[in-house]
Design a protein around this ligand. Structure first.
Ligand SMILES: [Zn+2]
Length: 180
């Protein structure tokens, strides 16, 4: 574990081989797994968990109610929210937002509160995600729309749901994509 001296890490639940770079704040209730990379200028609130092998690029704020599973990539300046109808100082039960195993979110995308981003999904840079994202799908735009299916390796699948990069083959069963 490596915590840069300019960062304020108050949680004791920081896994082995995890690095927190400059000028980041981690509040005491947060739990961060093993082998994560938290870049500079990040803020991680209390009711937040990160799995193992997670990459958080610079300038990402993870508010209460945000759960990040293993092997997730969060690009620079991705914005999360945790209140769908915000008002100053009102009483609110924060929405639960989940980014599932292996998903990647491009730079400066916005994830609206309460969304689940499915396993190995890919969100294009600058997209605004307003609905739940199924596994292995690529979403782009504002509001984000599904543009393609993606392999676990990150490559777009061709029309036969085949990956040219790693040769994986997928099928659609009841509109849900499944790896063979
Ligand atoms: Zn592949």
């Amino acid at each position: 574990m490596k915590i840069h001296p300019t960062s304020d890490v108050q949680s004791k639940k920081i896994g082995a081989n995890t690095t927190v770079w400059q000028f980041s704040i981690v509040l005491p209730g947060a739990a961060i797994g093993d082998n994560c990379n938290i870049n500079s200028h990040c803020f991680i609130e209390n009711n937040v968990s990160l799995g193992n092998n997670v990459t958080i690029k610079c300038g990402v704020y993870l508010w209460d109610g945000i759960y990040i599973e293993d092997n997730v990539f969060i690009g620079p300046n991705v914005t999360f929210t945790n209140d769908v109808y915000p008002r100053s100082k009102h009483e609110v039960e924060f929405a639960k937002t989940v980014v599932k195993c292996g998903a990647s979110i491009g730079a400066n995308a916005t994830i609206i509160a309460g969304i689940t981003v499915g396993e190995y999904a890919l969100i294009g840079a600058g997209s605004v995600v307003t609905k739940n994202i199924p596994n292995n799908t690529l979403w782009i735009g504002n509001p984000a729309r599904q543009k393609a299916y993606v392999c676990n390796c990150g490559q777009k699948l061709d029309e036969d749901l085949h990956c040219k990069k790693c040769n994986s083959v997928f099928t659609l069963v009841d509109n849900i994509i499944i790896k063979q």
